[in-house]
Ligand binder design. Structure first.
Ligand code: AMP
Ligand code: MN
Ligand code: MN
Ligand code: MN
Length: 285
Protein backbone atom coordinates (compact mmCIF):
# COMPACT_ATOMS: atom_id res chain seq x y z
CA UNK A 1 0.00 0.00 0.00
CA UNK A 2 1.11 3.55 -0.64
CA UNK A 3 1.99 5.74 2.31
CA UNK A 4 -0.87 8.23 2.63
CA UNK A 5 -0.79 11.36 4.81
CA UNK A 6 -3.97 13.29 4.09
CA UNK A 7 -3.84 16.06 6.72
CA UNK A 8 -1.08 18.66 7.05
CA UNK A 9 -0.53 22.39 7.60
CA UNK A 10 1.82 24.98 6.14
CA UNK A 11 2.59 28.65 6.80
CA UNK A 12 -0.56 29.43 4.79
CA UNK A 13 -2.36 28.68 8.08
CA UNK A 14 -0.78 27.56 11.35
CA UNK A 15 2.07 25.28 10.30
CA UNK A 16 5.73 26.29 10.65
CA UNK A 17 6.88 25.00 7.22
CA UNK A 18 6.37 26.64 3.87
CA UNK A 19 4.34 24.51 1.43
CA UNK A 20 7.53 23.71 -0.51
CA UNK A 21 9.32 22.61 2.69
CA UNK A 22 6.37 20.39 3.57
CA UNK A 23 6.70 18.56 0.25
CA UNK A 24 10.43 18.15 0.87
CA UNK A 25 9.80 16.60 4.29
CA UNK A 26 7.21 14.31 2.69
CA UNK A 27 9.82 13.11 0.18
CA UNK A 28 12.32 12.48 2.99
CA UNK A 29 9.73 10.60 5.06
CA UNK A 30 8.63 8.38 2.15
CA UNK A 31 5.11 9.79 1.93
CA UNK A 32 3.61 8.81 -1.46
CA UNK A 33 0.39 10.82 -1.26
CA UNK A 34 0.28 14.07 0.72
CA UNK A 35 -2.74 16.35 1.19
CA UNK A 36 -2.11 19.96 2.17
CA UNK A 37 -5.12 20.89 4.33
CA UNK A 38 -4.62 24.35 5.78
CA UNK A 39 -7.29 25.89 8.01
CA UNK A 40 -9.82 27.88 5.96
CA UNK A 41 -7.51 28.56 3.00
CA UNK A 42 -6.11 26.95 -0.16
CA UNK A 43 -3.45 29.66 -0.46
CA UNK A 44 -0.52 27.22 -0.09
CA UNK A 45 -1.74 24.63 -2.60
CA UNK A 46 -0.20 26.17 -5.70
CA UNK A 47 3.33 26.25 -4.26
CA UNK A 48 2.97 22.69 -2.94
CA UNK A 49 1.70 21.39 -6.31
CA UNK A 50 4.60 23.06 -8.13
CA UNK A 51 7.17 21.63 -5.72
CA UNK A 52 5.71 18.12 -6.01
CA UNK A 53 5.94 17.98 -9.81
CA UNK A 54 8.52 15.40 -10.88
CA UNK A 55 9.08 14.08 -7.33
CA UNK A 56 7.95 10.85 -5.62
CA UNK A 57 5.13 12.74 -3.86
CA UNK A 58 1.62 13.15 -5.27
CA UNK A 59 0.12 16.30 -3.83
CA UNK A 60 -3.60 16.45 -3.17
CA UNK A 61 -5.12 19.92 -2.86
CA UNK A 62 -7.12 20.11 0.36
CA UNK A 63 -8.49 22.33 3.09
CA UNK A 64 -9.61 22.01 6.74
CA UNK A 65 -12.84 23.96 7.12
CA UNK A 66 -13.83 25.34 10.54
CA UNK A 67 -17.46 24.48 11.33
CA UNK A 68 -19.78 25.35 14.23
CA UNK A 69 -22.02 22.40 15.04
CA UNK A 70 -24.33 22.49 18.07
CA UNK A 71 -22.03 24.98 19.81
CA UNK A 72 -18.97 22.82 19.19
CA UNK A 73 -16.22 23.73 16.75
CA UNK A 74 -15.48 20.82 14.46
CA UNK A 75 -13.15 20.50 11.49
CA UNK A 76 -14.16 19.14 8.09
CA UNK A 77 -11.41 18.22 5.65
CA UNK A 78 -12.02 18.75 1.96
CA UNK A 79 -9.77 16.35 0.02
CA UNK A 80 -9.18 16.74 -3.69
CA UNK A 81 -10.82 20.16 -3.95
CA UNK A 82 -10.30 22.42 -6.93
CA UNK A 83 -8.39 25.33 -5.35
CA UNK A 84 -9.94 27.68 -7.92
CA UNK A 85 -13.56 26.82 -7.02
CA UNK A 86 -15.51 30.09 -6.66
CA UNK A 87 -17.99 28.83 -4.11
CA UNK A 88 -15.30 27.27 -1.92
CA UNK A 89 -13.16 30.41 -2.01
CA UNK A 90 -16.11 32.65 -1.25
CA UNK A 91 -17.01 30.50 1.76
CA UNK A 92 -13.43 30.35 3.02
CA UNK A 93 -12.95 34.09 2.68
CA UNK A 94 -15.95 34.67 4.98
CA UNK A 95 -14.31 32.41 7.58
CA UNK A 96 -11.06 34.35 7.27
CA UNK A 97 -13.01 37.60 7.82
CA UNK A 98 -14.35 36.14 11.06
CA UNK A 99 -10.77 35.17 11.97
CA UNK A 100 -9.70 38.82 11.66
CA UNK A 101 -12.34 40.17 14.04
CA UNK A 102 -11.82 37.21 16.39
CA UNK A 103 -8.07 37.87 16.49
CA UNK A 104 -8.63 41.50 17.47
CA UNK A 105 -11.00 40.39 20.20
CA UNK A 106 -8.57 37.75 21.49
CA UNK A 107 -5.87 40.44 21.60
CA UNK A 108 -8.16 42.74 23.57
CA UNK A 109 -9.07 39.99 26.05
CA UNK A 110 -5.44 38.97 26.55
CA UNK A 111 -4.56 42.63 27.18
CA UNK A 112 -7.18 42.65 29.97
CA UNK A 113 -5.58 39.47 31.33
CA UNK A 114 -2.23 41.28 31.53
CA UNK A 115 -0.56 40.15 28.29
CA UNK A 116 -0.03 43.20 26.08
CA UNK A 117 0.30 43.65 22.31
CA UNK A 118 -0.39 40.07 21.19
CA UNK A 119 -2.65 41.02 18.27
CA UNK A 120 -0.04 43.27 16.65
CA UNK A 121 2.62 40.59 17.18
CA UNK A 122 0.40 38.03 15.41
CA UNK A 123 -0.25 40.39 12.49
CA UNK A 124 3.49 40.83 12.01
CA UNK A 125 4.15 37.11 12.37
CA UNK A 126 1.68 35.93 9.71
CA UNK A 127 2.68 38.48 7.10
CA UNK A 128 -0.75 38.93 5.48
CA UNK A 129 -1.86 35.34 6.15
CA UNK A 130 -4.59 34.22 8.51
CA UNK A 131 -4.28 34.32 12.30
CA UNK A 132 -5.03 31.20 14.31
CA UNK A 133 -4.87 30.51 18.02
CA UNK A 134 -1.59 28.69 17.32
CA UNK A 135 -0.03 32.07 16.47
CA UNK A 136 -1.32 33.60 19.70
CA UNK A 137 0.17 30.62 21.53
CA UNK A 138 3.59 31.23 19.93
CA UNK A 139 3.46 34.92 20.83
CA UNK A 140 2.45 34.24 24.44
CA UNK A 141 5.35 31.77 24.80
CA UNK A 142 7.80 34.29 23.30
CA UNK A 143 6.63 36.88 25.79
CA UNK A 144 7.39 34.44 28.58
CA UNK A 145 3.84 33.95 29.90
CA UNK A 146 3.85 30.17 29.36
CA UNK A 147 6.37 27.39 28.71
CA UNK A 148 4.85 25.34 25.89
CA UNK A 149 1.95 25.31 23.48
CA UNK A 150 -0.21 22.85 25.40
CA UNK A 151 0.11 24.94 28.57
CA UNK A 152 -0.78 28.16 26.72
CA UNK A 153 -3.97 26.66 25.34
CA UNK A 154 -4.99 25.26 28.71
CA UNK A 155 -4.32 28.52 30.52
CA UNK A 156 -5.52 31.15 28.02
CA UNK A 157 -7.08 29.98 24.77
CA UNK A 158 -9.80 27.39 25.49
CA UNK A 159 -13.39 27.76 26.72
CA UNK A 160 -13.71 29.56 30.08
CA UNK A 161 -10.17 30.95 29.85
CA UNK A 162 -9.32 34.66 29.49
CA UNK A 163 -8.46 34.73 25.76
CA UNK A 164 -11.30 32.54 24.49
CA UNK A 165 -13.70 33.83 21.86
CA UNK A 166 -16.48 31.46 20.72
CA UNK A 167 -16.28 30.42 17.07
CA UNK A 168 -18.82 31.59 14.49
CA UNK A 169 -17.82 29.26 11.71
CA UNK A 170 -19.57 27.62 8.75
CA UNK A 171 -22.65 25.37 9.09
CA UNK A 172 -21.96 21.70 8.55
CA UNK A 173 -24.14 21.73 5.43
CA UNK A 174 -22.40 24.79 4.00
CA UNK A 175 -18.94 23.28 4.49
CA UNK A 176 -19.91 19.98 2.84
CA UNK A 177 -21.58 21.84 -0.04
CA UNK A 178 -18.50 23.99 -0.69
CA UNK A 179 -16.25 20.92 -0.68
CA UNK A 180 -18.52 18.93 -2.98
CA UNK A 181 -19.01 21.89 -5.26
CA UNK A 182 -15.20 22.06 -5.54
CA UNK A 183 -15.13 18.37 -6.53
CA UNK A 184 -13.74 17.13 -3.21
CA UNK A 185 -14.60 14.51 -0.61
CA UNK A 186 -15.65 15.74 2.86
CA UNK A 187 -14.03 13.99 5.83
CA UNK A 188 -14.55 14.67 9.55
CA UNK A 189 -11.09 15.49 10.92
CA UNK A 190 -9.95 13.84 14.20
CA UNK A 191 -13.51 12.92 15.28
CA UNK A 192 -12.38 11.73 18.71
CA UNK A 193 -11.06 15.19 19.62
CA UNK A 194 -14.35 17.05 20.10
CA UNK A 195 -15.30 15.95 23.61
CA UNK A 196 -18.71 14.88 22.28
CA UNK A 197 -20.70 12.18 24.08
CA UNK A 198 -21.28 8.93 22.17
CA UNK A 199 -24.87 10.06 21.53
CA UNK A 200 -23.78 13.41 20.09
CA UNK A 201 -21.04 11.79 18.04
CA UNK A 202 -23.61 9.44 16.50
CA UNK A 203 -25.86 12.40 15.75
CA UNK A 204 -22.93 14.14 14.06
CA UNK A 205 -22.13 11.08 11.93
CA UNK A 206 -25.78 10.63 10.90
CA UNK A 207 -26.15 14.27 9.96
CA UNK A 208 -22.80 14.32 8.16
CA UNK A 209 -23.68 11.23 6.16
CA UNK A 210 -27.15 12.50 5.20
CA UNK A 211 -25.62 15.80 4.01
CA UNK A 212 -23.28 13.95 1.65
CA UNK A 213 -20.18 13.60 3.83
CA UNK A 214 -17.78 10.90 2.67
CA UNK A 215 -15.48 9.77 5.45
CA UNK A 216 -13.99 9.85 8.92
CA UNK A 217 -10.36 10.41 9.76
CA UNK A 218 -9.81 7.10 11.56
CA UNK A 219 -6.04 7.21 11.81
CA UNK A 220 -4.99 10.61 13.10
CA UNK A 221 -1.85 12.06 14.66
CA UNK A 222 -4.12 13.18 17.50
CA UNK A 223 -5.89 9.84 18.14
CA UNK A 224 -4.77 7.21 20.63
CA UNK A 225 -4.79 3.52 19.60
CA UNK A 226 -8.15 3.08 21.31
CA UNK A 227 -9.62 6.13 19.58
CA UNK A 228 -8.49 4.76 16.19
CA UNK A 229 -10.24 1.47 16.97
CA UNK A 230 -13.44 3.29 18.01
CA UNK A 231 -13.48 5.50 14.92
CA UNK A 232 -12.87 2.46 12.70
CA UNK A 233 -15.99 0.90 14.23
CA UNK A 234 -18.04 4.01 13.47
CA UNK A 235 -16.90 3.81 9.83
CA UNK A 236 -18.23 0.25 9.64
CA UNK A 237 -21.52 1.16 11.40
CA UNK A 238 -22.26 4.22 9.27
CA UNK A 239 -20.76 2.92 6.04
CA UNK A 240 -18.39 5.86 5.87
CA UNK A 241 -14.95 5.70 4.27
CA UNK A 242 -11.77 5.93 6.30
CA UNK A 243 -9.01 8.50 5.97
CA UNK A 244 -5.62 8.92 7.61
CA UNK A 245 -3.49 11.98 8.35
CA UNK A 246 -0.87 13.21 10.78
CA UNK A 247 -2.19 16.79 11.22
CA UNK A 248 1.46 17.84 10.89
CA UNK A 249 2.17 21.47 11.96
CA UNK A 250 6.01 21.38 11.83
CA UNK A 251 7.73 22.70 14.95
CA UNK A 252 4.46 24.17 16.33
CA UNK A 253 3.27 20.66 17.27
CA UNK A 254 6.62 18.87 17.50
CA UNK A 255 5.08 15.59 18.69
CA UNK A 256 3.48 14.96 15.27
CA UNK A 257 5.43 13.58 12.34
CA UNK A 258 4.64 13.61 8.66
CA UNK A 259 3.87 10.23 7.13
CA UNK A 260 4.48 8.17 10.27
CA UNK A 261 1.06 6.78 11.09
CA UNK A 262 -0.45 3.57 12.39
CA UNK A 263 -1.65 1.15 9.71
CA UNK A 264 -5.20 1.39 8.41
CA UNK A 265 -7.35 -1.65 9.40
CA UNK A 266 -7.47 -3.77 6.27
CA UNK A 267 -11.23 -4.36 6.13
CA UNK A 268 -12.12 -0.63 6.01
CA UNK A 269 -13.14 1.07 2.82
CA UNK A 270 -10.81 4.02 2.38
CA UNK A 271 -11.46 7.44 0.87
CA UNK A 272 -8.98 6.70 -1.88
CA UNK A 273 -11.06 3.66 -2.92
CA UNK A 274 -14.23 5.74 -3.36
CA UNK A 275 -15.67 6.00 -6.87
CA UNK A 276 -15.92 9.72 -6.23
CA UNK A 277 -12.24 9.99 -5.14
CA UNK A 278 -11.09 12.90 -7.28
CA UNK A 279 -7.38 12.34 -7.06
CA UNK A 280 -6.54 9.25 -9.11
CA UNK A 281 -5.32 11.43 -11.95
CA UNK A 282 -2.74 13.15 -9.76
CA UNK A 283 -1.44 9.98 -8.15
CA UNK A 284 1.41 8.82 -10.30
CA UNK A 285 2.27 5.45 -8.84
P1 AMP B 1 -8.14 28.12 15.55
O1 AMP B 1 -8.63 27.41 14.31
O2 AMP B 1 -7.50 29.43 15.26
O3 AMP B 1 -9.18 28.19 16.62
O4 AMP B 1 -6.95 27.24 16.13
C1 AMP B 1 -7.09 25.86 16.20
C2 AMP B 1 -5.69 25.25 16.18
O5 AMP B 1 -5.07 25.42 17.43
C3 AMP B 1 -5.73 23.74 15.97
O6 AMP B 1 -5.77 23.43 14.62
C4 AMP B 1 -4.43 23.32 16.58
O7 AMP B 1 -3.39 23.53 15.66
C5 AMP B 1 -4.26 24.30 17.72
N1 AMP B 1 -4.72 23.75 19.02
C6 AMP B 1 -5.97 23.64 19.46
N2 AMP B 1 -6.02 23.13 20.71
C7 AMP B 1 -4.72 22.92 21.06
C8 AMP B 1 -4.07 22.41 22.23
N3 AMP B 1 -4.78 22.03 23.29
N4 AMP B 1 -2.73 22.34 22.22
C9 AMP B 1 -2.02 22.74 21.15
N5 AMP B 1 -2.57 23.23 20.03
C10 AMP B 1 -3.89 23.32 19.98
MN1 MN C 1 -3.95 23.86 13.49
MN1 MN D 1 -8.20 20.25 13.23
MN1 MN E 1 -5.45 20.15 11.15
Amino acid sequence: MLNYDLHSHSTASDGSCKPSELVEIAIKNNVDVLALTDHDTVEGVDEALKTAIGTSVSLIPGVEVSVSWNETTIHILGLGVDPKSKQLNLGLSALREFRKSRAEEIGRLLELAGIPDTYQACVERVNGGLISRTHFAQVIIEKGFAKDIRKVFKKYLVKNKPGYVPGQWADLKEAIDWIKEAGGVAVIAHPARYKLSATKLRKLFEEFKSLGGGGLEVISGSHSDLECIRMADYCRQYDLSASMGSDFHGSFHPWRHLGKLRAMPEDLKTVWQLDSWPCEAIIKK
